[in-house]
Design a protein around this ligand. Structure first.
Ligand code: PLP
Length: 472
């Protein structure tokens, strides 16, 4: 049966999967959502035998119904290959009473690789299917990790050009260097004098949005691995903790639950920009507050764009409600959901970690088991600790480990009590390797001596001109 997608802001807008992939954002400003969430429809015992690539096919074929089997399998094979430094693609590490699902083994060592290594292939096939002959322009805003992952995915892909806007003072030094050293004639990287929300609003005004179906795969895979390894029984409920910014990753976990995966609580972890924590407590989303720069910059976001997809679902797929609330957000910076919608938030638990608590979580996991986690994962780890204390819930729990600590060496080393003053990030990386026993990843080695190729920095109101200049 074919699955169609519709816009959160106008149910009459209907698209096939390949059309939705090509279009990114609906013309009415809405996001594409599946008309219904398909059931997983595969036995756990079968899933337990599958490789990551086979799991990806089992899950994604439910969503991309207008792709043929060979088209989809070909995309998956090209995406999840030796660009990842482990054949498992997304391994689980047991540490301190939780399972860390390591999503940073791809080319740019953050979880954005899970979706963005396959997106160029899906787009190329989608363009062919829809007889699109024009060049595809990918326009994206990044809080630090999406940018490099998208650049790596689209660099030198024929028929595409990619433009990335990042907050000039809002990313880690390694994140920035990864982006500005990007090769490929079809790539364009621009720093903006503003924060991520400014960048995302600018880009949304022009075109584009992120994907999430690809992120659902690793939750299914992780569950099946836990079962295969005898860590959980058949259909035993597990919790998932996700360090959250734009609400893409945790939304994928929510969809995985809707597909039938036995996920109990979806624990949404925020840093000091705790707009989502407040939302889960009060049903009120309010971005009218100071934007804070934290040690987990990829979560420094006050407008979580994918939350619109959850809102739509909570409102029983009412485009009218989504339209109204998003209008209120645009005009007043806040909205309140109805009590009926609030009732359905029970699946979620919102928490946040302060800067100090985040650093303490890095230290505590390291001291307990010698395992070094990054600042974003540490926010999740800290929130999980608070959750356990508050609820007494002892269910097995998966923590989405979203980036390698090597992307945030300074914050991580300082959290471990190491002095980072006056040391450059690569020297710190070498010291981190000694301390953690994990070698410096290739992604960091390859930028150690690379030359910066992108030096453009613009004001927020100059983004449009920058795009025009690049596209000629
Ligand atoms: C993007 C990102 C997040 C936040 O993910 P969302 O899908 O935007 O909620 C968390 N951690 C890291 C390392 C990221 O790159």
């Amino acid at each position: 049966m074919d699955l169609f997608y519709k816009s959160t802001r106008d149910s009459k807008v209907r698209a096939t999967a390949s059309q939705a992939i090509l279009q990114g954002l609906s013309e009415d400003g809405g996001l594409f959502v599946p008309e219904q969430i398909p059931a997983l429809g595969v036995e756990l015992k079968e899933l337990a035998e599958m490789t990551y690539q086979e799991t990806a096919y089992a899950v994604m074929s439910r969503f991309l119904t207008d792709f043929t089997e060979s088209e989809l399998k070909d995309c998956i094979a090209k995406a999840y290959d030796s660009k990842f430094d482990l054949p498992e693609i997304a391994p689980l590490t047991k540490a301190e009473g939780a399972y860390y699902l390591e999503l940073f083994h791809g080319a740019t060592i953050a979880f954005k690789d899970m979706a963005l290594s396959i997106l160029p292939h899906l787009m190329t096939v989608s363009a062919r299917k829809n007889q699109v002959k024009e060049e595809i322009v990918i326009l994206t805003a990044t809080s630090g990790d999406t940018g490099k992952a998208a650049l790596a995915g689209f660099a030198d892909v024929p028929g595409t050009r990619i433009i990335v806007f990042y907050p000039k003072d809002g990313v880690s030094p390694i994140q920035e260097k990864q982006m500005v050293t990007q090769k490929g004639d079809n790539t364009f990287v621009v720093g903006i004098r503003g924060n991520f929300d400014d960048a995302q609003s600018g880009v949304k005004a022009i075109f584009g949005d992120t994907v999430f179906k690809e992120e659902l795969v690793y939750y299914v895979y992780a569950y099946a691995r836990l079962f295969a390894d005898g860590e959980i029984g058949e259909n035993e409920p597990v919790n998932v903790v996700v360090p959250t910014g734009n609400f893409g990753n945790i939304l994928a976990a929510y969809y995985a639950k809707q597909m039938g995966l036995p996920i109990e609580k979806l624990i949404c972890a925020s840093n000091d920009n705790k707009v989502l924590y407040d939302f889960f407590r009060t049903g009120c989303y309010d971005r009218n507050r100071e934007f804070l720069l934290t040690s987990s910059p990829s979560m420094d976001i006050l407008i979580s764009s994918n939350l619109e997809r959850l809102i739509y679902q909570l409102a029983d797929q009412s485009d009218e409600t989504a339209r109204r609330l998003m209008k209120e957000l645009a005009e007043n910076g806040c909205y309140k959901i109805t009590s009926a919608m609030e009732e359905k938030l029970k699946d979620f638990y919102g928490g946040y970690g302060s800067e100090e608590e985040t650093a303490a979580a890095i230290r505590s996991v390291y001291e307990a088991v010698g395992y070094v986690i990054d600042t974003h994962t540490a926010v999740a780890s800290c929130v999980y600790g608070k959750y356990k204390k508050e609820t007494g819930d002892t269910a097995k729990t998966v923590i989405a480990s979203t980036a390698s600590p090597y992307k945030f060496t300074k914050s991580v080393m300082e959290a471990l009590g190491e002095s980072a003053a006056g040391t450059d990030d690569f020297e710190l990386a070498d010291r981190l390797a000694t301390l953690s026993g994990v070698p410096v990843p290739q992604a960091v080695e390859e930028i150690r001596t690379a030359e910066a190729l992108h030096n453009t920095v613009v004001n927020v109101d100059e983004m449009k001109q920058a795009v025009k200049r690049f596209l000629g």
